[in-house]
Structures are given as C-alpha cells and as structure tokens.
Design a protein. Structure first.
Length: 702
C-alpha cells in the first residue's frame, strides 16, 4: 500500500504537505466549526470553542447559556439572535463572548472541486470532485449480490496493481443475507435496528468491527499473512488509512441502508514518518451512507475517556451523509422501544476522538416544527443519555457541515421524542492545528485570495487639495494592506490587522503637489494569499505661476515692441494680454501667446500691458509692464554737479533701456569715447580737472 496516496489526493485537493497548507490552502479540520450553510447556536448548551469558526451564511447565536469563542468567528453574512424555535430574542439572555473577535460580510471559503455540490465529495465516482472515493486506498462495496474489498496499490507493493477480493453471500436474495465472517472477519451485513429519528425506519447496516479490521490489516501487512484473492494471496506493504465504504443494497420504503463502526477504541494506523516528522498516519472512514458510530472511538487509553486529553489518539475523521452517535450501552433489539419506556436501556458516557464532516437537515423557518436542532445536534442521538445530566458525550473533534443530508433526511424533533440530551462536551481537537496530525484525506479550502470589491478610482485634484482613494475588500480576516505608488511600497501605508465587518481601505494625500501625481494601487493580504488592485491615476493640477514677469519697454516710434512672460503649471496654459491706458483694461484680440508682439509702435500704444495665465487649476495675472514710445533717441545731459570726493559728474537721460556713449572733446572737433551705458545713468569724469576746458556729448548706440 502507498500511504502517500491518500495524502496527495486528487488534483492536490486533499492535504498534501504542511507548506502547501500554510501558503495556499487551509485544511477544513483546522476550524473548530465550519458550516457551508446557516450556522445555528440557538438553544445551545454552554459551549467554549477553542478554534476558529466560519459560516458561508448567517450565524444565529441565540442561547439561554453562555457561548465563548476563543477563536476568530467569521461569516459571509451577519451574526444575530432572531426569534427561533418559538423562542423570542428576549429569551436569549446569556452572554456571547468573542475573545478573538468576529467579522461579518467576509469572503466565502470554498472547496476547489469545480462544483457547488459538495455532497459529491462522497460520491462513488471517478470524477475529480469525488475526493474520498478517488483518494481511498481501501474500498469496501456492498451490493445485493456482492461484497468487494479493493486495495489501491502502488509501485512499492509486491504487485503494483489494484486487486479486489469478492465474496458472495450464500443466498443472493436482498432480504436474506448471511455473515461472511469466514472471509472478512471484521464485516457483518445481516444486522438491523430501528432509527426513531428517521420515522422508525429499519436500518440494514454494514457493520464494521474496527478493532478486528485493524488487526486483520496489520496481520495481512506481515510477510507471513497475505490478502486473499481468487487468484491466490497478496502481501500489502502498509496499512491503508482511508477506507471508503458504500452499502449499495436496495431497500424498500421504511428501510434504510447504512454503515456502522463498532469496537473502534483502537483504529488502524501506520507508525510512519511523514516529511521528517514522526507521526502516525491515522485512519479516515468515508461513506455516502448514514454512518453510526457505536461506543468509544479512537480512544486507545481508557484513562483519557471523557477528557480532552488526546495525546495518545491517532489522526482520524468520520465523513458521511449523516452521523449518529450510539453509546456503548446501545442494544439493537431495544432500538424500537419508545423513549422512557420500561426495558429501554439508558446510554452510558461515550468518547469520540475524530473530526466530523457530515450532512444535516437544515432548518426551514423559525417555528418549532421548522427548527432542526442546531450545531449541538449535528452529531445525531437516539438514546436516553440521562436527560442532560448523568451521562456525558465527549467529542474531541472539528465539526464540519458542507451539505444537506440526502439519505437520512428526517428533521430533528424536540428532545423527548427519541433521545434525552447528554451533557455535551464538544471540544476542538488541538492536534488538528499541527499539519502533520490532520486526518488522512482532509479536504482543503482554497486556494482563495481576498476579493477587491471596490477598486480605487482615478481622480484629479488641484495642488493643495486633499486626494482620497477608497478601496473595498473582503477576505478571511485578519487582513492587511500595503499601498503602492508607481509600483513601490509607500512607507507606513499599511494596516496590521482587521476584524471589522467590511474592509474599507483609505489612502489620504493632504496638500497634494506635483510630486504626488502618479499611479496608486493597494495589495490586500489575508491568510490565503494576496490581491493587488488595479492602478488608479492621481492627477494633480498645478495652478499657473509666473516665473518671469513681462518687463517695461521703451521704443522709438515705428519700432517693434515685444512683451514676454514665462509661466509654470499644469498644461495646457492659456494666455490673454490686456492693455491699460488709464484704469480700464481691454483684452487684445488674438494676443493669446506667451509673447506679445507690437509692430510699428505709435504713441497710441503707450500704456500698461498685463497678461493673465489660466489652466484648469486656476489663474494668475502678471505685474503690469509699461510701454513708452519716443519720437527721438536723443538723450539729455542734465546739469553737472560734483560727486562725492569733488569729482565732476552729470546724469544722462535718454530712451530708457537704450545704450548711449559719452564722448569728450577739448576743441569740439575731435571726440573721444569715455563710457557706454544704458539710459538713464550718471557719468563721473575723474579726469575733468586735467583739462582747462572739456566738452561732452551723448551718442545713441542702436
């Protein structure tokens, strides 16, 4: 046998390795409670849940006794305590304690099996969604005429082929089966009993003595004993760890076929080493039939019965259409006796150490006849368990409900009809938090990633304004996020944890500037992966600013004049020149460029010129620039004076901005240049005292 086969599963949908489980998938049995439908704690006894709880639907918490959740509680819907089972919200006075927080409106957690029909994981089919049938390395099928037991083999086995041992009852009539103990000593198919919950249906049961099966498999693993077939014998190398069993016998109305496990205190297991860690492989039983578990199961040390001590138990799971717990004191012959009647045995305390994945009969409404028992009745009961006091039912488990039962479909009835409630001690098995101690064939949820429900939207703001990006996301909390700018993480733009209902992520940019313009995105991360939003562009419109003002000009009549402005800001920039002679300005038609050109200047154009620069973010007006038009370029030499130090000086006033040369002569004939400057300016002649007489003139230098 190849024990790895049941770990790998089909399409990597079953538990393969701790690394895979931690990075891409979450084993369903790492939830204390997982429901794919409405999760009802209504009228629940005092419970403490020490692991995460999730529902792909609403959660109802109304109870008369306290509920304590030490693991995170999440739901795709809401959490409330409505009127239910004829109770009113005012009746639910007990506290609900969320010590690890809770979150509503979360993303659904799903099996990646290509269908929403989760009951198909138990179907007897080679379809990829039939997880347990395809992953099983031991398949037991019971029909009207044949009992077959198939070993799935591997190249490590002595004969690398699948083999089937078939035995036929001595009488093939579907109503008259005989025991085949001579061939399969662990198997009985002749027993029947009454299930009072299922309208007193007669249950024809495939009984599996787990203790004998364990011994039989272990014996046949040895070299001295062989697996018998019609062709001879066959040695197996390892004890199988996933048993798929289906009772496919036909039955009449008022009857039901089912599978029952008994004498299961010690289950089959292999003391193998998985990926370097010594852990037993454990044992999983999966059936599309209703499953009944009779007496203590996977409780090899009697001293730990009735406790949460699971140090000696093996990884185990029970997967079925419906699951019913029968106490060690169950007697088939008394199953039809009405509850409380003389001669009906009372139940005794029972311990089951196994993850439970099973179907339910959903509630259909708030009335008493519509309510179907809630989570405390997911494991079904049929006995007098001491009316809720004297007898204890201990489950060290993970409670998983993925689908509605298709075979055991009668609705739960008010206690007192077919069972009295035990003292329920349901505890999440902490072993399942260790990836190496998960039951063989554990289904995985995912891979899933957060879903960004509201992507960030591109926006435009003006400089100095506040920009804000809002993103909506759902996922399995806690979530974290990291904002990015142009693909690079923004320091401190993160969120460490999230436990509120709907995640709204906001990125706020105050006093926006040109440096903030670019592409923004957010990476949202949860325990299953991460999702990056689309890029949203932030455009920051910068109002215009004048970097170079137009300058005053002086020209000669008939010359050209040009005023120029330089401006910055978000393109496009729009210009409009204006002319002021006195107080009121007029727009100059067609003058909408950064440069104003005036040809053949005249005296009529003398005045002030202003330009306005606008863009989508605002407007700015330049300082006025004056135009002077002169008829001549001749300069005036003003009255001379003495400079500081007693030197001879005079000022020259010509056309402002024009260049003039100062020339000197002693005879009014020969002129020598002394200085060149721009009008107006003052000329100081330090040599004037060296001449008995000296004459000065200004010469315009075009």
């Amino acid at each position: 046998m190849n024990w790895k086969r049941c770990l790998a599963g089909v399409g990597a949908l079953l538990f393969a390795s701790s690394a895979e489980a931690q990075t891409n998938f979450t084993p369903v049995f790492q939830f204390a409670v997982f429901y794919n439908s409405l999760l009802e704690f209504t009228l629940c006894p005092p419970f403490t849940f020490n692991g995460p709880t999730h529902a792909n639907a609403n959660i109802y918490t109304g109870s008369l006794d306290p509920l304590t959740f030490n693991g995170l509680v999440t739901t795709t819907g809401t959490i409330s305590s409505p009127a239910w089972d004829s109770e009113q919200p005012s009746d639910y006075t007990a506290a609900v304690n969320y010590n690890a927080g809770y979150s509503t409106n979360c993303q659904a957690l799903t099996l990646s099996i290509g269908t929403t029909n989760y009951a198909s994981i138990l179907s007897q089919s080679t379809n990829s969604s039939s997880l347990y049938y395809n992953a099983a390395n031991l398949v037991l099928l019971v029909s009207n005429s044949t009992i077959s037991l198939t070993l799935q083999s591997s190249s490590a086995d002595p004969q690398p082929t699948n083999i089937t041992a078939c035995y036929y009852p001595t009488n093939s009539s579907p109503t008259n089966y005989v025991q085949v103990a001579t061939n399969f000593p662990f198997l009985t198919i002749t027993n029947t009993f009454t299930d009072q919950r299922e309208n007193n249906d007669l249950v024809k049961v495939t009984d599996i003595n787990v203790g004998v099966l364990s011994e039989w498999l272990t014996t046949n693993k040895a070299a001295t004993a062989k697996f018998p077939t019609t062709a001879g014998v066959y040695a197996i190398s390892n004890v199988p760890n996933v048993l798929y069993v289906a009772d496919n016998r036909t039955y009449s109305p008022g009857q039901l076929t089912a599978v029952r496990l008994k004498n299961g205190a010690t289950i089959p297991y292999n003391p193998v080493i998985i990926t370097g860690s010594p852990n037993p492989s454990g044992f999983t039983v999966a059936t599309p039939n209703p499953l009944y578990v009779w007496g203590n199961y996977n409780c090899p040390n009697p001293a730990y019965a009735g406790t949460t001590n699971t140090t000696t138990v093996f990884p185990a799971s029970l997967v079925s259409d419906a699951l019913t717990i029968l106490s060690p004191n169950w007697v088939d012959s008394q199953s039809s006796i009405p509850l409380g009647s003389f001669g009906k045995n009372a139940a005794t305390s029972d311990t089951v150490n196994a993850a439970i994945l099973t179907g339910s009969v959903p509630s259909t409404g708030p009335a008493m006849t519509q309510y179907s028992g809630g989570i405390m009745n997911l494991p079904r009961l049929l006995e007098n368990w001491g009316n809720g006091g004297a007898v204890t039912l201990t489950l060290n488990t993970s409670l998983v409900n993925l689908f509605a039962s298709s075979r055991a479909t009668n609705q739960w009835q008010t206690p007192g009809v077919y069972y009295y409630a035990p003292t329920r001690q349901f505890s999440f098995c902490q072993n399942f938090l260790n990836s190496f101690q998960l039951p063989p064939g554990t289904p995985l949820l995912g891979p899933t990633c957060p879903v960004i429900t509201v992507p960030p939207q591109s926006q435009t703001v003006s400089a100095g304004q506040t920009a804000m990006f809002n993103v909506g996301a759902t996922g399995y909390p806690p979530l974290s996020y990291q904002w990015q700018f142009n693909g690079t993480n923004i320091p401190n733009a993160t969120n460490i944890t999230w436990t509120n209902s709907t995640l709204t992520i906001t990125m706020t940019i105050t006093n926006a500037s040109a440096s903030n313009a670019g592409l923004y995105s957010v990476v949202v991360t949860d325990g299953f992966g991460n999702q990056t939003s689309f890029n949203a562009a932030l455009t920051v419109n910068i109002p215009p600013a004048i970097s170079l003002e137009p300058q005053n000009l002086a020209v000669l009549a008939g010359q050209n004049a040009a005023f120029t402005v330089s401006a910055t800001g978000t393109e496009p920039l729009f210009y409009q020149w204006q002319f002021y002679r006195q107080f009121n300005g007029i727009n100059l038609a067609g003058e909408t460029n950064a440069t104003l050109q005036l040809s053949n200047a005249t005296a009529d154009q003398v005045g002030w010129y202003v330009v306005t620069v606008t863009n989508m973010a605002g407007m700015v007006t330049s300082t006025p620039a004056r135009l002077m038009v002169y008829t001549t370029a001749a300069a005036v030499l003003n009255v001379p004076s003495s400079s500081t130090g007693g030197q001879f000086q005079f000022s020259i006033t010509g056309v402002p901005g024009f260049n003039y040369a100062i020339e000197a002569s002693t005879n009014m004939v020969d002129w020598m240049p002394l200085a060149t400057n721009m009008s107006p300016f003052t000329f100081v002649d330090g040599d004037a005292t060296n001449f008995p007489a000296r004459y000065y003139r200004s010469v315009y230098l075009p």
